[in-house]
Structures are given as C-alpha cells and as structure tokens.
Design a binder for this molecule. Structure first.
Ligand code: ASP
Ligand code: MG
Length: 418
C-alpha cells in the first residue's frame, strides 16, 4: 500500500478560487512525493457564519429551530469547496474526486449540530484509491446519522474530520493547513514577541485548545491523542511544507527540549462570574444548583464555594457571558420551586480567564505562587482560581486581560528559546 497523508485546509486557505489553486499546489507536492492524499476542506471563510445566520433568521419566534435542518443547511459550505478543489486538481492532471460525508460514509451519533463520529468504514474510498484515484477530497465538518439525515460536528469540526480520517486510514501524518504558521506561546496579536513552538504535547495542546486558543477544535486533539495521530499545524501561505516548518503535536516523550515548565499562556475574553449569595450549607446544595444549570445548557467552568457562617455559604461559578441569562433564569426557577434558596444573584460580566499551561507543572512546585506574584506586581486582582495537573487559570477583570497575558508571557520568559 502507498503511504497516505491527510491534508486539511481551513476556511481562509480555500477562501476563493485563487486560494483553492494555491492549496491544490500543496496537494500536488505531496502527490509528487509519492503519497496518496486525503484532502479535508472547510467551507470558504465566512460561509458557515452566513449559513448559520440564515438559519437563525428563519427560526420561528422563540428562536427554536429544527436542528436536523440546521445541519442540512450549514453543512453545504463544505460541499462547494470539496467540489471546487477536486475540479482544480483534475485540471492539473491529478486523478481526484470529491466526497461528501454521507458518501464515504462518515457515520455519526449524538445530537444534530454537535454530532460525534462513530466510524468511518474505509471500503468505498479504498476502492477508489485502488482504481487509480490519487486524491480524495472530503467535505469536512459533516457526516450522516443512523437514520440517514445529514449531521455536522460542531463549529470548527473539520479539524476533527481530518484527524478521524488520519486514524481510519492509518495516515502517516495529518497536516492542518491554516493562516498561521503554527502554535504560539500565546496570541501574537496581543504579545508581539510570542514564539512559535516546534513541538507541543497532546496534553498541553488539549489544555490550550480548550482554554481558548482557537487554532484546533478541542475534540480533534483528543482524537489525535487517543489514536496517536501525528498532527501538524502549518501555514498554507508558506512555500516550504517540509518537516522543518509548523508545529508538531505529539507524545510528550518525543519532545527532547522539554525543559520549560510553562509552555503557553491562553486567554478567554468573554467570561462571566455569577455568585449566589447565602445559600443553605447542607448536603445536596451543589447538586441542586449545578443540576438545573447543566439542564439549561449553561457551560459552567470554574466553581468556588465559600463559607459565610451560620449554616450559609456563597457559591460562585463562571460561564460564558452568553450563558448568563440562561443561568439566571434556571436559578430563579429553582428558587421559585423551592429547590434552592439564595438571597441574591450577583453577576459580573466583565471578566476574562487567563491560564498558564505546561506539563512541567506536574513535578514543579511554586509555579502558582509565581503566577500570582506576577499579577500582583501589575496590580491585577484575581477573582477566582482553578488548577489542574498541568494548568492554572485565573479570572481577572477584562480590562486587565491583555496586560496580564503580556506580564505572564514576559515573566515566564516564553519569548526565549528554552
Ligand atoms: N466550516 C465549519 C465552521 O466554520 C467547520 C470548520 O471550518 O472547521 O465551523
Ligand atoms: Mg478551524
């Protein structure tokens, strides 16, 4: 069997016919290198937002819409780019064919709008390769439910399509082509001397992705870790696509220069903090609060419980700003039903979350206190703190977010080579 690779092109890399032609050049290089190639494409940048907008504008009052139809509509952007890419490759003399999710088939389960890939039977596409196809161009982000309806994988889902194909077809590599040349120590738009990492471990990438670094969909990194897919992020606008460029996401053991304790600083701008003042301090209270929040679809992140004395406690949690109204409604309902009892709900919608991430924190003490000292020196007040084995997150006032990111990036010397 010939060696296979997966190349995924994001929305900015297929934004118009010229960009598609540029991406096709990269595909040609890999075909010339002797690979069979599975190309995964996103919709042209902005297209999916437009389609989602049409769905929302057509929704009946109340805003609820049929999620299976959402998928039918919103998946269509990828149909266009997959066909255009296949045409372009054919034009260049490369035997290429487009594949929509249902044709492969990419079998999905779960809920429409946020489906999961269950299996990708390889027979159809293998037959195509066998009979001479060199490039299969797959519409990312989409699949088919057991009942035959079209599914989509959640925003950013074509990354997950790419990794799933790399796993299913035992690809040598999964290259994610985008408009940045790799994963950085922090967002270069905020910190001008942010440094590109040559390698980062799955675990660290997973934290960074879920903490708001938007280069890869979090689920794609989880999948890559489970199946040990060699995942690389690189720019589709650089000439060079050799091993020297981009950032490789790989097992921790493969990173020699793993001396640095903190690898990156991530942020998430639009967070909110909600506190329920004076709830009863008794068994079951947390369940009575967070159960209804989960049912209402509130994405709760950090949680802190304070004792305020005399059998009462304050409960604080954070969630996306967009979810505050939902949270408020759910808490009021639970209060009216007599399930919980709080004196007041206080919200702060002007906060941001900042996190530092690094595998080295597992074995190194003192990282948290250093982080807090750096923020203190800048006069940044910390509202809430949470930690995991390899990350520390704090909630701060949004107006200090950029200052805090810069200060941490500097003080942990992330701009310098390790
Ligand atoms: N086009 C989809 C989105 O914008 C999927 C993707 O690009 O990954 O979310
Ligand atoms: Mg993306």
């Amino acid at each position: 069997m010939m060696s296979r690779i997966v190349m995924k092109f994001g929305g900015t890399s297929v934004a118009d016919l010229e960009k598609i032609a540029n991406a096709a050049q990269k595909v040609q290089q890999e075909v010339d290198n002797g690979h069979e190639v599975i190309v995964i494409v996103s919709a042209m940048s902005g297209k999916t937002n437009e389609l989602v907008g049409w769905v929302k504008d057509s929704a009946p009052s109340g805003g609820l819409y049929d999620r299976a139809e959402y998928d039918a509509i919103v998946s269509s952007g990828e149909n266009i780019t997959s066909g255009l890419m296949a045409m372009r490759l054919q034009e260049m003399g490369i035997p290429a064919r487009s594949w929509q999710g249902w044709q492969v088939p990419v079998q999905c389960t779960g809920h429409h709008e946020n489906a999961r890939i269950d299996a990708i039977p390889a027979d159809n596409m293998n037959a195509a390769f066998k009979s001479g196809t060199k490039v299969c161009v797959v519409a990312g982000f989409q699949g088919i439910m057991a009942d035959g309806r079209i599914a989509t994988l959640g925003r950013g889902g074509s990354d997950t399509t790419a990794v799933a194909f790399a796993a299913a077809f035992e690809a040598e590599r999964c290259d994610i082509y985008t408009d940045v040349d790799g994963i950085y120590t922090t967002d270069p738009r905020i910190v001008s001397n942010a440094r590109k990492l040559n390698k980062i471990s799955y675990e660290e990438m997973l934290e960074l992705a879920s903490l708001g670094a938007k280069v890869l969909q979090t689920r794609s990194v989880e999948l890559a870790r489970s199946y040990r897919v060699k995942l690389r992020v690189l720019s589709s606008f650089d000439e060079d696509i050799s091993d020297k460029v981009g950032t490789l996401v790989c097992p921790e053991e493969e990173i020699m220069e793993n001396l640095r304790i903190v690898k990156g600083v991530a942020y998430s701008r639009d967070e909110a903090k909600v506190t329920l003042l004076s709830v009863a301090d008794r068994p079951g209270v947390a369940a009575a609060i967070f159960g209804p929040l989960a049912d209402a679809g509130v994405n709760v992140d950090m949680i802190v419980q304070n004792i305020s004395g005399e059998g009462r406690t304050d409960m604080t949690f954070s969630c996306p700003v967009d979810h505050v109204a939902l949270a408020q409604e759910a808490m009021q309902k639970a209060k009216d039903a007599g399930d919980i009892n709080f004196v007041e709900l206080v919200k702060d919608t002007e906060v941001a979350k900042i996190s530092i991430v690094g595998n080295g924190m597992r074995s190194q003490a003192g990282v948290a206190s250093k982080m807090f000292q750096i923020l203190a020196d800048e006069g940044v007040n910390i509202r809430v703190i949470t930690t995991s084995e390899i990350k520390i997150s704090v909630l701060v006032d949004r107006k200090y977010m950029e200052l805090a990111v810069r200060a941490l990036h500097d003080a942990f010397e992330l701009a310098q080579e390790a």
